[in-house]
Design a protein. Structure first.
Length: 271
């Protein structure tokens, strides 16, 4: 049986094992997929031992996507652009290869599943970690009118701006520097939702018909989704659809077949 896992911290809440199990049933595969919590100092050794013992593929989540990029001997274009990896596998030569499907999953969920356009829209992204870097790699290709990256530590937002500014109209600010510019799409890419916390925000950032999207997800509304609903967002969405869509892209990388996502999203949202 092929061995797969997702590593991160925290990761116990992850629905990835269930998603990949449903994909496997749908496509007639037999896989074992587990969630593994690691401390920062354990990542290198775990990845090495996992593949040395026959492991077939790893997913990587918060906060180790940057570390996975450093470990990979080669990377997909999206991963190189983001300098963050959410998928690891061995290439034909037995070397560690990294990919990043986060941005693909985000854009597909927003555009296809929820029919929200990104082109020519004003986009605000909260946070500047590996998840945001992966999102930017796909968002810039949609040609939004502007992208603002807001982060508690401004230098990290500036670093992402530098990475992507040749591809899009991007600015970088601290949370306290957000003004009354109205955004059409506000994406929470921080991990604060996992701590039931919220970035410092004001209602003025929401343009009429604004869509708010939390890249995190939970069994009930995240704090960010609740805030968005309370402050007049037309759509307030969590990241479950993104998770399923990026997982489908990962599944295709690992198994060579693309599973259907609609039924899986519906099943995961069922009480």
């Amino acid at each position: 049986m092929s061995q797969y896992a997702v590593i991160g911290n925290p990761v116990k809440h992850s629905k990835s094992p269930q998603i990949h199990s449903l994909f496997a049933q749908q496509t007639g595969r037999v896989v074992e997929y587990t969630a593994v919590t690691l401390e920062a100092g354990e990542v290198d050794a775990f990845v090495k031992d996992f593949f040395a013992s026959g492991g077939a593929g790893l997913n990587v989540t918060v906060p180790y996507k940057g570390k996975a990029f450093e470990l990979a001997a080669s990377c997909s274009q999206a991963a190189r652009l983001a300098q963050a990896v959410n998928t690891l596998l061995l290439d034909d030569a037995g070397r560690l290869r990294g990919a990043n499907t986060d941005g693909f999953g985000l854009v597909r969920d927003i555009k296809v599943n929820h029919r929200v356009e990104i082109a020519d829209r004003r986009v605000l992204i909260l946070g500047a970690g590996g998840a945001v870097a992966g999102a930017l790699a796909a968002l810039v290709r949609e040609k939004p009118a502007l992208i603002t990256i807001a982060n508690r530590t401004v230098s990290k937002a500036v670093q992402l701006k530098t990475q992507f500014e040749k591809l899009a109209n991007i600015s970088a600010v601290g949370f306290e520097q957000l003004d009354d510019t109205g955004y059409d799409l506000v994406i929470n890419g921080t991990s604060l939702s996992l701590e039931h916390k919220l970035p410092p925000l004001n209602q003025e950032i929401l343009a009429p018909a604004c869509c708010c999207y939390d890249m995190m997800y939970a069994d009930s509304d995240t704090v960010f989704v609740s805030w968005a609903k309370a402050n007049g967002a037309t759509l307030a969405l969590d990241g479950l659809g993104m998770l399923v869509e990026q997982a489908a892209a990962v599944f295709e990388i690992w198994h060579g077949v693309r599973p259907q996502t609609d039924a899986v999203i519906t099943q995961l949202r069922s009480p």
